[in-house]
Design a protein around this ligand. Sequence first.
Ligand code: NAP
Length: 423
Amino acid sequence: MTDETTEPAADAPRREPEEELLGALPAPPADWDNPLRDPRDRRLPRVAGPSGLVIFGVTGDLSRKKLMPAVYDLANRGLLPPGFSLLGFARRDWEDQDFAEVVHDAVKEHARTPFREEVWQQLAEGMRFVPGDFDDDQAFEQLRKAVDELDASRGTSGNYAFYLSVPPKFFPKVVQQLKKHGLADGPQGSWRRAVIEKPFGHDLRSAQDLNEIVHGVFDPEQVFRIDHYLGKETVQNILALRFANQMFEPIWNRSFVDHVQITMAEDIGIGGRAGYYDGIGAARDVIQNHLLQLMALTAMEEPASFDAASLLTEKLKVFRAVRLPDDLGLHTVRGQYEGAWQGGAKVCGYLEEDGIDASSKTDTYAAIKLGVNNRRWAGVPFYLRTGKRLGRRVTEIAVVFQRAPHSPDDGLRVRRVVHRVQP
Ligand SMILES: NC(=O)c1ccc[n+]([C@@H]2O[C@H](COP(=O)([O-])OP(=O)(O)OC[C@H]3O[C@@H](n4cnc5c(N)ncnc54)[C@H](OP(=O)(O)O)[C@@H]3O)[C@@H](O)[C@H]2O)c1
């Protein structure tokens, strides 16, 4: 949500806020006056203290398209400490220089802020690459030495986050290797953190097993299970919409709401990601993480504050009140897309996609009807649905209110408040 004074004209081209501000600006100061800041963002900037980041799986798709560009954007906004160091780990036989070139290309292609040579040079000085397999003890020893060396040469003070951007089957192995090689514990007074990608297990049992392994090495506060959706401003704005005013709260309950629809629809197919997607499918890829998070933010009570612990407390109360229906088959739908025409082009069905077994049962569409058994929501269905190759790309939460008891015109049917998350 924006206040009306800063809303761009409806026909203005969509641009990143910093693009509008930039022009030919000098190097950004790391403070409140940083011209790369969105002027609507009134929070005080939080520049990270001395630290470094190790990305496992740094040659992969996520790292190239999202992680490395995001690191650069932070540097460009002056939010990284001067000695920040970035270490990559993967199996390629690369030198530091090869790695820096790959990061350079990824940044140029995918970063959101403009490329600035001086920012890049400073970032590149702190880049290191460690080649190796996750089974390779020697590689992890080399990684430990690289971290020690960067501590000494760039003042990272032992503070490191380990980002596991790797196929999920390797999460346990990497965490155990970090422990074995003394990387999970830094020097006195420093911090170590683990960032774990999705999916976190493929069912309840495997998620619990993984949790046990992770918490055998790291304390809960050291572990960050990433849900990229939660970082979206539009998702965080659900809280502002609900709790920053007096308007919606009085009607946000079973007395006024008929049902809630939470939808994440994609118009694309699986692209080149057969290896990742097959065997996982829509419900595991989207419902159990993104859509349940959106549901919790929609259904929860007001938290005592917006800190992580208070939000978690209220979200958990929602999930504990959700009961799966006994007749699950009647309350769920699963499907696969078939070949058809889309936007004037012929597109193939899921079973014809490259790398997909013709007998695959993986769902590319999944929907479920859930209830929240508490005083606010009893009897109000929450419909969660997601799919690929649908009519358009949209993520939204539609709170559908009950019909008015009387309407002067049968054609008046608008009774939804829709919170658009994306585009
Ligand atoms: N891609 C996305 O948009 C996306 C979105 C949300 C979540 N995720 C999650 O992010 C994680 C990474 O996804 P991705 O798409 O980037 O995967 P990916 O393209 O398959 O990359 C996997 C990475 O892991 C490395 N790797 C694999 N096996 C290894 C081994 N035995 N030893 C050392 N390195 C190994 C690969 O390095 P080399 O092959 O070069 O050695 C590569 O860098 C996954 O957990 C995925 O579920 C991805």
